[in-house]
Design a protein around this ligand. Structure first.
Ligand SMILES: [Zn+2]
Length: 324
């Protein structure tokens, strides 16, 4: 079952790279506290396995050069293995009690969508694609924002996902095969918590571009992970909890692109960054007034810096088609 995948640089294709940080079995189970059984059965690891975050000699892009993800590798997904677990996930997620708990995440998603809609020329009959939709959270915003149609695409969805959606009252169309939607056009494409996970980010971005309407907007978040700055911490830390900044370093994440590298990859795929003051009605985890103030102040600073071509700690990226 050991499905591993060797890659050259995800931005420039070079195979010349320097090793930076090694994920070892020990690190993942002891420091990251991932269940060893899960790591072995799902990801195909053993005690000797490891994978490296490397830095391209040519373009400085940082990425994992040999992905070791076993059953959860996103190439030739065997979706039916997770048929029952996906149904369980949706049943649990779409209960009233849980949705109440998700209110801050929901408000955060609302902010993202509002930022997109403020920049979108088209005002009605809007088609939205949630690319790598997970629990199809954006479907919850369909009525509030008067979105005409939402497609939730996730290659992990089993073939009976439409049935699951109907059962759980999910207000969107389910898709698990990119080929089936690739000829469609969307006004909005949202790609959240995806790009750091995928084996071929350039390919995924090229697909999104293909499906974007002429005046459409793509939103992608690319978490800020500065491996060179965090390296010392990663090498000495004894335990990492969710709250820690370095909790973004785990083996599900295989792309550690700094903002300027990520923008280059999008430019290569004919996407052009849109710069505006992004506003948020909540911080991602809390609804604390000062947190919200801070996040809006920071996004104002980002707006100013971005207009000078400085992308310091940038995580939220809004794109339109580059007209050549
Ligand atoms: Zn490179």
């Amino acid at each position: 079952m050991i499905k591993s995948y060797k890659r050259n640089c995800i931005l420039c294709g070079s195979d010349q790279a320097d090793k930076i940080f090694n994920f070892t079995f020990n690190f993942i189970t002891k420091v990251r506290k991932q269940d060893p059984k899960d790591l072995k059965e799902k990801f195909g690891w053993d005690e000797e396995s490891n994978n490296w975050i490397v830095k391209c000699n040519k373009c400085d892009c940082t990425y994992v050069n040999e992905i070791l993800k076993g059953n959860v590798l996103d190439i030739e997904y065997e979706t039916e293995i997770y048929k029952d677990s996906v149904e369980e996930e949706f049943k649990k997620f779409f209960t009233k009690e849980n949705l109440k708990k998700q209110i801050n995440t929901q408000k955060y998603n609302e902010s993202i969508l509002r930022n997109i809609l403020n920049n979108l020329k088209k005002k009605d009959k809007i088609k939205l694609l949630d690319y790598g939709s997970g629990q199809a959270e954006f479907s919850l915003l369909k009525e509030q924002f008067n979105i005409d149609e939402i497609t939730s695409y996730d290659p992990r969805y089993p073939n009976n996902t439409t049935e699951i959606f109907n059962k759980c009252g999910v207000n969107s169309k389910a898709a698990n095969n990119l080929k089936e939607i690739l000829s469609e056009k969307f006004d909005i494409i949202i790609c959240q918590s995806v790009i750091e996970h995928v084996t071929d980010p350039s390919y995924e971005i090229s697909c999104m571009k293909k499906m974007l309407n002429e005046n459409g907007i793509i939103y992608i978040n690319n978490p800020y992970m500065n491996i060179e700055k965090d390296l010392k911490n990663l090498l000495t830390v004894k335990e990492i909890t969710k709250k820690d900044h370095i909790s973004c370093y785990h083996i599900s994440h295989v792309n550690y692109m700094m903002p300027n590298i990520f923008i280059k990859l999008c430019k290569k795929n004919d996407l052009q960054l849109i710069n505006f003051w992004q506003t948020y009605s909540t911080a991602s985890k809390t609804n604390n007034f000062f947190q919200v103030l801070k996040i809006n102040f920071n996004s104002f600073i980002h707006f100013i810096l971005n207009s000078f071509g400085i992308y310091y700690k940038k995580q939220h990226f809004f794109f339109k088609l580059d007209k050549i």
